[in-house]
Write a new protein. Structure first.
Length: 97
């Protein structure tokens, strides 16, 4: 049986080739400064400040950060006790005589 070579994944890949800025650096600035626009990433670390071909990935990281924050907000909300819907359900189904 022929085995395929393992896929090598770089942990900190260069995203912006123009300025040699890595994914971790971009994510760090997005998280630290709560960045919502590619231009703000460029201001923080230069990524995206030249040809623009990395903008789509920078926007992806921004969107992932937003999604993560929303998820954390939802998980932090206390779970409210459900109202006793079962009781009213049974009352409707089996009215007392
Ligand atoms: S690759 Fe990022 S600006 Fe060119």
């Amino acid at each position: 049986m022929k085995t395929e070579p393992p896929i090598e994944i770089e942990e900190d890949e260069i995203i912006c080739n123009c300025f040699q800025i890595t994914e971790n650096t971009i994510r760090y600035h997005i998280l630290k400064n709560d960045i919502n626009q590619v231009e703000d990433v460029t201001s923080a670390c230069e990524a995206g400040g030249n040809c623009g071909s990395c903008h789509i990935l920078i926007q992806l990281f921004i969107d992932q950060n937003k999604h993560q924050k929303k998820l954390e907000q939802v998980l932090e909300q206390p779970v409210s006790k459900p109202k006793n819907h079962n009781r009213s359900f049974w009352k409707k189904l089996l009215p007392s005589s």
